[in-house]
Design a protein around this ligand. Structure first.
Ligand SMILES: CC(C)(COP(=O)(O)OP(=O)(O)OC[C@H]1O[C@@H](n2cnc3c(N)ncnc32)[C@H](O)[C@@H]1OP(=O)(O)O)[C@@H](O)C(=O)NCCC(=O)NCCS
Length: 220
């Protein structure tokens, strides 16, 4: 009997999970497929069966729900990622003889060395972005801060800040606020504040009429 046969099923995942939990101890990590080479800020929550690739950056206080895959990209603070989303996944070459990585990756069956980069344009996702279930964000796009991506959308072009985009391909449905309010929020950058500092403004979060009370009274 080989030594590796003595290792109980799941043990590898257990140690990977443990390693990720230790590496990102300021966040809650629930998946062994979170690369310890990724960068994850503090106060994040990453659910079960989530893939976070080595080249991914996630800011602070962002959550990623189960079964979401992040192949590449930069994700800001206070973002909310639904279940079964795909962000910046691998692209295969369209101009090579074959699109199969088996034929152009050094680890493939042909042992061919190529200069193809699966992640040539990682997407950029701003702060306070809400991404609905099963949405897909393709490489090369920027999603502005405060934007909402509807469930099932496929985002192939940039989405401006504080826009709600839905559909395949994703199109902007409307803006969340008027231009003055959006500019105010983008200047404020509240997402860069620590929760302790944000608590000062706590009364404005969780209220539908926050902007009337907030604009003009908060110091930018
Ligand atoms: C996009 C969303 C935020 C709603 O935004 P809204 O501005 O309130 O949109 P409305 O419900 O008023 O719908 C406006 C139009 O968009 C359409 N629409 C709404 N959500 C859509 C979606 N995800 N995909 C395609 N079309 C959608 C509606 O059918 C409606 O179309 P119509 O004008 O032709 O009738 C919501 O539908 C959504 O997708 N939420 C994500 C839920 C989720 O995945 N949660 C995961 C928890 S993290």
């Amino acid at each position: 009997m080989k030594l590796r046969e003595l290792i109980p099923p799941g043990a590898k995942d257990y140690f990977r999970l443990l390693r990720a939990k230790i590496r990102f101890r300021d966040s809650l990590i629930g998946s062994p497929a979170v690369s310890v080479q990724a960068r994850i800020g503090i106060g994040c929550r990453v659910g079960g069966s989530v893939l976070v690739n080595h080249n991914v950056t996630i800011g602070n206080y962002t959550y990623v729900n189960s079964f979401t895959m992040i192949g590449s990209g930069e994700i800001g603070n206070y973002c909310s990622l639904g279940y079964y989303c795909s962000i910046g996944m691998h692209q295969h070459p369209l101009h090579f003889l074959s699109t199969s990585p088996m034929t152009y990756h050094s680890s493939g069956v042909l042992g061919v060395q190529s200069d193809w980069n699966d992640f040539f344009a990682p997407p950029k996702i701003g702060h306070d972005v809400w991404i609905g279930n099963a949405a897909q964000i393709m490489q090369g796009v920027c999603v502005g801060s405060g934007a909402v991506i509807g469930a099932g959308a496929i985002v192939t072009e940039d989405i401006p800040p504080y826009s709600i985009a839905v559909g395949v391909p994703a199109r902007v449905l409307r803006k969340r606020f008027d231009d003055e309010t959006i500019q105010y929020l983008l200047n404020w950058n509240w997402w860069d504040l620590e929760p302790e500092e944000l608590k000062k403004f706590g009364g404005h979060f969780g209220k539908a009429d926050w902007s009337d009370a907030c604009i003009g009274r908060l110091k930018l």
